[in-house]
Design a protein around this ligand. Structure first.
Ligand SMILES: [Zn+2]
Length: 173
């Protein structure tokens, strides 16, 4: 990630290591990836809830619902907030999200490409709640796990998480 100016004093930064910068006033700035999390939700007929992306990057592509953490938010809190915002589901509409894996996604937006630290979780839908897509989800669709082609999933981390979930058979227990 390319950084130019110190966020503490505004002077120019020099790269001192791959992802570490320093300014002339001795401030060290770490160019960490931005955290974002996503959740694959499976219903009781082994279909997975796929979000159709309503904006760039990946407009029209398949995705897991989720998104960037706000400020100092935990992944658990970010998932609960994003699932509410994007689908209208409350935490008691799905089982406690279980961790699958994490990966780094490349996220290109407004002329900048950022690295995104992306843990992926899964859970089971509880009951038959009403799902109301909004925010950056244009449409929410249940697709049989066995029918979903991973290549249709736009981002690397949700794709890897889906494959891990599918191949584990965990959802079937
Ligand atoms: Zn500084």
């Amino acid at each position: 990630m390319e950084l130019n100016y110190c966020r503490r004093c505004g002077t120019q930064l020099k790269r001192t290591a791959q992802d570490i910068y320093a300014c002339q006033n001795g401030h060290t700035i770490y160019a960490n990836a931005a955290p974002a999390s996503s959740l694959w939700i499976v219903n009781d007929t082994n279909e997975v809830l796929v979000a159709i992306r309503g904006r760039e990057p990946g407009l029209g592509g398949f995705d897991a619902p989720g998104g960037f953490n706000d400020g100092a938010e935990s992944f658990e809190d970010a998932i609960a907030r994003e699932i509410k915002e994007e689908l209208g589901l409350d935490p008691d509409d799905y089982t406690k999200p279980l961790y699958l894996l994490s990966a780094i996604d490349d996220y290109a937006f407004a002329g900048e490409e950022i690295k995104v630290l992306s843990p992926v979780y899964w859970s089971k839908l509880i009951g038959n709640p009403v799902i109301t897509p909004s925010d950056d989800v244009a449409e929410a669709r249940f697709i049989p796990i066995s029918d979903l082609n991973p290549n249709d999933i736009f981002f690397d981390a949700p794709r890897a998480g889906f494959i891990a979930l599918r191949d584990s058979g965990l959802y079937n227990k």
